[in-house]
Write a protein that binds this ligand. Structure first.
Ligand code: MF3
Ligand code: CO
Length: 252
């Protein structure tokens, strides 16, 4: 599949999709506390998205059974919400959700600390978020996908953390996953040149320890092989003539 350059109309729909998703994330973050189940988060997510007249983009995506991926501690991504998975003080909780508005997807993830967490895990969360911002310094015409990837990698590794190899960022638009892939690490090829109108989900997944991951028997949940925590931060962005526009960040 080729990379699509979005029209003004498509960009406007993605902007609205992203605006709604940023509100979803704000509301979900506000409900995270010890004692709630990961299924409670999913119910709330589905309700908010439907109240906006939108569709939860992950629900039934390739059989995924929920509206939000809730990945706790050593879970990297795609954690399936469960009634008996109770959030506790000291957890780090990654929430990844997607919204479809009039056929257009937005995709974003946040990692949230539950109460008091170990300072080194707070650092992991902060570095993962900042790795995204380091990466998108190169999200403009004149650079390539690989420049974003390299900046994310260099920043996260400079703190001794590691980047997951098996999962990558991606184009996003009328489908949740479009070309091109956006790795969080350098690859042999530098990747395509960035052009105005491209829309990308840039999403560093950063492990506290080693980069290796495993899949649980549910065929979704990705965990770190060493059992140490992992953090995730993602936004849907638009390449413009200048600085990228971030669709999934709440604007004041
Ligand atoms: N947000 C994920 C991504 O960035 C997609 C989740 S897959 C799903 O690629 F099945 F959970 F939807
Ligand atoms: Co994504």
């Amino acid at each position: 599949m080729a990379v699509t350059i979005k029209s003004e109309r498509e960009i406007e729909l993605m902007r609205e999709s992203g605006r709604i998703l940023s509100i979803v994330h704000t509301e979900l973050a506000a409900m995270i506390r010890p004692g709630i189940s990961t299924l409670d988060i999913d119910k709330k997510c589905r309700e908010i998205i439907r109240d906006f007249g939108c569709i939860p983009s992950f629900l039934n995506y390739e059989g995924y059974p929920a509206s939000v991926c809730v990945s706790v501690n050593e879970e990297v991504v795609h954690g399936i919400p469960k009634k008996n998975h109770i959030i506790k003080e000291g957890d780090i909780v990654s929430l990844d959700a997607g919204v479809i508005y009039k056929g257009y997807h937005s995709d974003a993830a946040r990692t949230i600390a539950v109460g008091e967490i170990k300072p080194e895990y707070k650092k992991l969360i902060d570095v993962t978020k900042q790795a995204f911002f380091e990466g998108i310094k190169f999200a403009k015409p004149g650079y390539r996908i690989g420049d974003i990837s390299g900046a994310i990698q260099d920043y996260a590794e400079s703190f001794g953390f590691s980047l997951v190899r098996e999962l990558v960022g991606h184009g996003v638009g009328s489908a949740l996953h479009e070309d091109p892939q956006v790795p969080n690490f350098r690859t042999k090829q530098k990747g395509m040149r960035l052009e105005p109108g491209m829309t990308l989900a840039v999403e560093p997944m950063v492990n506290f320890g080693k980069p290796d991951v495993l899949w649980l028997d549910d065929d979704w949940t990705v965990i770190t092989a060493d059992g140490l925590p992992s953090a995730h931060y993602e936004n849907t962005i638009l390449i413009t003539e200048g600085e990228p526009e971030l669709f999934t960040i709440e604007r004041k």
